[in-house]
Design a binder for this molecule. Sequence first.
Ligand code: NDP
Length: 285
Amino acid sequence: TKTPVIILGLGAMGQALAATFLKAGVPTTVWNRTPGKDAELLAAGAATAATVTEAIGADGPIIAVLLDHASVHATLDPVAARLAGRQLINLTSTAPGDARELAAWAAGHDCGYLDGGIMAVPPMIGRPGASILYSGSRTVFDTHRETLELLAAAEYFGEDAGFASTYDFALLATMYAMFGGFLHGAAMMRSVGVPAAEFGRRAAAWVGAMAQSLPHQGAVIDTAAYTDRVQSIAFHKAALDAINRASRDANVTLDFVAPLKNLLDRQVADGRGALGFERTFEELI
Ligand code: NDP
């Protein structure tokens, strides 16, 4: 028999997690603040709870998949006294400091706390390619690892509850730079009549190829080997200057490219133009 679970929050992600558990035969109790989001899950065999108290009356780890840090407290503060001896797995995206605060709060109520950062969109849950990064209580992770693996590849990073969230948002920062760059490029291409979908196909191939250099760039940063440059800051400054001019010609604002250009300009002005591009890392910390 499989360990049962309780899911608090039936937004897009909570529904995907619950559906995946049910498909795998995991007894699943679900609760959502606004009723009526559990119809499909009920049909798939979920037990539905009208209140949080009723939900956590069921057995198993309590998995929170709510909007944000505040909504986790709004949901669990009223039942805090009932959490003693329980295990809370928080898959809500929360900033590292908020995750640590929740871990301390849970510990104060004698409740185990594991934080998770979901690296997937809802349709990816339960499929290859999805991963969830965890940190916080090793006991909670070890106890429920098999259950958690049903959702996505599960990786544990130690007792600091804020670690998984830091990793999550660092990956998202990288992703958003790509998304923002794509929007900027698509705006440039509109000026010459190329549809964004067509540009997207070409950009996906280009970005995929360029992404292969990230581990090497990381090694350069880790060893501060900024003089073993392949391409210098001055080289990249020239490219950013050209992108600026091309963007202006296309009547596209510089909002997205300006921050990187500023970082490069600053280093050239400081006499560091001959160093490798990766030295820009040092400007950020
Ligand atoms: P949704 O916006 O679809 O759902 C939000 C959920 O939070 C709903 O169940 C909502 O309940 C509930 N909620 C909001 N405020 C409160 C509150 N004050 N008290 C109780 N419940 C509340 O979000 P998702 O399901 O997509 O995301 C859930 C979490 O998963 C987020 O932290 C998100 O960052 C994370 N995540 C989502 C991904 C995605 O692609 N969707 C990817 C990775 C992580 P109600 O129905 O009553 O409004």
